[in-house]
Design a protein around this ligand. Sequence first.
Ligand SMILES: [Zn+2]
Length: 147
Amino acid sequence: MHELSAGRASRILWRGIRLRCPNCGQAGILASWFALRERCPHCGLVLDRGESDYFLGAYLVNLVAVELIVTAVLFGIGYAMWPRVPWTALTWGGVVLAAVAAVACYPLTKSLWLAFDVVLRPVTEEELQLGREDTRVVRATPRVDDV
Ligand SMILES: [Zn+2]
């Protein structure tokens, strides 16, 4: 039984920030910039945790993060240049920044969403066993004496 402690939560969230598996902390959960692998290649954690709409929350996190980034940047530029604010450049720059930030934050928000979920709903041994059963995708975690 995992307890909900600040130390455990910060360790798991730190793994999410670094785009690592929240369960084992290993890298390699990204298949591409826009997609996670089906399973962690090291521990077998099913990364959508068996739910087809699992990452809808990640899209919300991405939207909020991008809005906060764009708002902070635009207000910062407006404040720094007041009263000669280049409104047209700021408007179009904000549009471009929103698009770039959404793409740049995409894998991070998915990884963080997964980490938040693992903090609140710890991974069970049964869940890991299901992920390990498909040996086509998951390779065994190397033991210390195998390396
Ligand atoms: Zn893992």
